[in-house]
Design a protein around this ligand. Structure first.
Ligand code: SAH
Ligand code: SF4
Length: 422
């Protein structure tokens, strides 16, 4: 979501005549688009910001803006704490970047924006094959650990016609894959439901693949499972954050599903969409997570066998319900639980990748393989990265091509494949 917000900020600035540079020394304006989901992201930002202090001294005309969730959360406090910051712009107000040059710009833009879903912004995309598209903003769920509802406000869904028009334009420009973005896409609600929206996107000529993040397990409907099963372009992959294998901890997290309910959704997905890749998020060391609860998460990993997970140790976020809970777990214990979870999942992921060995996979080519420019890199429909060896007999392969590849080797985090002669 944040990376895509950065693409919008870049799009607005470009339309205002700015030129992008990779080098802060050359810049007249530096914008930090910040994330505050966990403390580590926050620390990283403040240390990066510290590096610009000397530059600003040497170049007083340099303007520094802080955008994103830290901007939203801290507001004025940033200007006090870091006096060389010029502007603070929350994630609901990135359209205001347009006004930075105006003398009357108020320095701080952190108000709730009730029109965000109706605002169209120019986007400067980094990729030429795959594109992100916001279908909704904000979140109503208030999971007890999470800062997002406080920084991104309440849910607002974009009207379907503006989403579909944006995707048609992307298809026209040569984009082949779209990822529909929302904190909880299953609660998309405009003139269409989420499965109805998918049906319309599926009809757009030129688009070959449709993905979406993130699905909240409590709202994963049978209609959505049927849409994944029946719609040709919707990829057989779902990111379905479990967070914990303990129903007691899930309830403390305010996730609104039990572990058994989660398992039933996984069963329904696997029954209806054979071979579907399921990935997840796990939090280790949530307040009051006992060794027994933690064991239930480990058991869940073995039982479900996710294709991959993002695992985090619980990070206290000021203002959230969990931050005030008793039973906070020591950092060392959180870390040791996290490391064990990562190790267990690494083996499961590797096993999952191994099971694809010798299979034929449809790959959408992204571009040259960064590690070996003689190869190309792409992804399977299940979102696994494949490094593709080119075949001298085959026609040249370019980004955006969809080709069949024989998987010849499975590594822990990627696959290797060979083009199948046509
Ligand atoms: N809306 C999405 C994404 C939320 S943020 C969703 O509900 O899945 C992505 C992930 O960050 C979450 O799934 C959660 O696992 C993790 N996360 C959020 N807040 C956290 C915190 N305070 N500490 C540790 N992990 C956190
Ligand atoms: Fe955060 Fe929960 Fe909303 Fe996801 S659904 S953004 S974890 S509050």
């Amino acid at each position: 979501m944040n990376v895509h917000d950065s693409e919008k900020i870049a799009g607005i600035l470009k339309s205002e005549g700015y030129i992008e540079t990779d080098c802060p020394q050359d810049a007249d304006l530096v914008i930090f688009n910040t994330c505050s989901i966990r403390q580590k992201a926050e620390q990283k930002f403040f240390s990066e910001l510290g590096r610009l202090k000397m530059l600003k001294k040497r170049k007083p005309g340099l303007r520094i803006a802080v955008a994103g969730c830290i901007a939203q959360q801290q507001g004025k406090k940033i200007l006090k704490r870091v006096p060389y910051v010029d502007y603070v712009i929350g994630p609901q107000n990135i359209h205001m970047v347009r006004d930075l040059n105006k003398a009357n710009f108020a320095k701080i833009a952190v108000e709730d924006n009730l029109l965000i879903a109706d605002t169209e912004l120019p986007v400067e995309r980094k990729d030429q094959v795959r594109a992100w598209i916001n279908i909704m903003y904000g979140c109503n769920n208030f999971c007890s650990y999470c800062i997002v509802p406080f920084t991104r406000g309440r849910e607002q869904s974009r009207p379907s016609h503006s989403i579909l028009n944006e995707i048609k334009e992307l298809a026209h420009k040569g984009y082949r894959e779209v990822t529909l973005l929302g904190q909880n896409v299953n609660s998309y609600a405009s003139d269409k439901s989420f499965p109805e929206l998918l049906k319309e996107v599926d009809k757009i000529e030129g688009i070959r693949r449709i993905r979406f993040v993130t699905s909240h397990p409590k709202d994963l409907s049978d209609e959505l499972i049927i849409a994944i099963r029946d719609l040709e372009k919707v990829c057989e992959h779902i990111h379905l954050p479990l967070q914990s294998g303990s129903t007691r901890v899930l309830s403390l997290m305010n996730r609104k599903y039990t572990f058994d309910e989660y398992l039933k959704r996984v069963d329904a997905l696997r029954r209806n969409v054979p071979g579907i890749a399921i990935t997840s998020d796990i939090i280790a060391g949530f307040p009051e997570e006992s060794v027994y609860d933690y064991g239930l998460t480990v058991k869940a990993l073995h039982e479900i066998e996710f294709d991959g997970i993002f695992a985090f140790h619980y990070s206290k976020r000021e203002g959230t319900k969990a931050a005030a809970m008793r039973g906070q777990i020591a950092d060392s214990e959180k870390l040791s639980r996290l490391n064990e979870i990562i190790e267990i999942q690494n083996e499961i992921t590797e096993g999952k990748n191994q099971s694809l060995n010798n299979s034929v996979q449809e790959i959408l080519i992204d571009g040259p393989d960064e590690k070996n420019p003689l190869k190309m890199s792409g992804r399977t429909r299940g979102n696994k990265i494949v490094s593709v060896t080119l075949n001298a007999m085959h026609q040249p392969i370019k980004p955006g091509d969809v080709i069949n590849v024989l998987i010849i080797k499975a590594n822990r985090h990627s696959l290797e494949g060979e083009v199948i002669p046509e």
